[in-house]
Design a binder for this molecule. Structure first.
Ligand SMILES: [Ca+2]
Ligand SMILES: [Ca+2]
Length: 177
């Protein structure tokens, strides 16, 4: 991935971990992570994005992240920050429709203009025609998850799948989105 940042030292991470772990429980909860992250505005960081990220790095399935898993989580967040900045070409602090189109095309998605408009409306939480950092992560993770689920059924890779109703439901319900 082109957006990788250099690995910070264990001391640096421990310092951040202790500041994020406000109740000193030794684990970072969704609430603590949400308070620690910023989307560039005074609005709280998208709780869905926090939930997605905790779910990804929570190896013990307790809804919290230990210090051992925190390094991976921290790297994930900083890689996304670098990614976001590189696609925010006019440095406005958000992603407009054109920037989103370039980003998704760079990630290898071939989407129609109608679909780009639909994604834009879905993840533009403030209704301003732009996507903020937290919503951008959610957008990309959801798109990736849905695409992976589709591809599992699209064995001949022609972009078309035929699935039964119960297959469809089990596909949707097993998605971590
Ligand atoms: Ca805690
Ligand atoms: Ca921008």
């Amino acid at each position: 991935m082109a957006f990788e940042s250099p690995a910070p030292s264990r001391e640096f991470l421990w310092d951040i971990f202790q500041r994020v772990d406000r109740d000193r429980s030794g684990y970072i909860s969704s609430d603590e992570l949400q308070q620690a992250l910023s989307n560039g505005t005074w609005n709280p960081f998208n709780p869905e994005t926090v939930r997605l990220m905790i779910g990804m790095f929570d190896k013990q399935n307790r809804g919290t992240v230990s210090f051992e898993d925190f390094a991976a989580l921290w790297k994930y967040v900083t890689d996304w920050q670098n990614c976001f900045r590189s696609f925010d070409r006019d440095n406005s602090g958000n992603i407009d429709r054109n920037e989103l189109k370039i980003a998704l095309t760079t990630f290898g998605y071939r989407l129609s203009d109608n679909l780009i408009d639909l994604i834009m409306r879905k993840f533009d939480r403030n209704g301003r025609g732009t996507i903020l950092f937290d919503d951008f992560i959610q957008c990309c993770v959801v798109l990736y998850t849905l695409t992976s689920a589709f591809r599992q059924h699209d064995t001949d890779q022609d972009g078309v799948i035929t699935i039964h109703y119960d297959q469809f439901l089990s596909m949707v319900f097993s998605l971590k989105v």
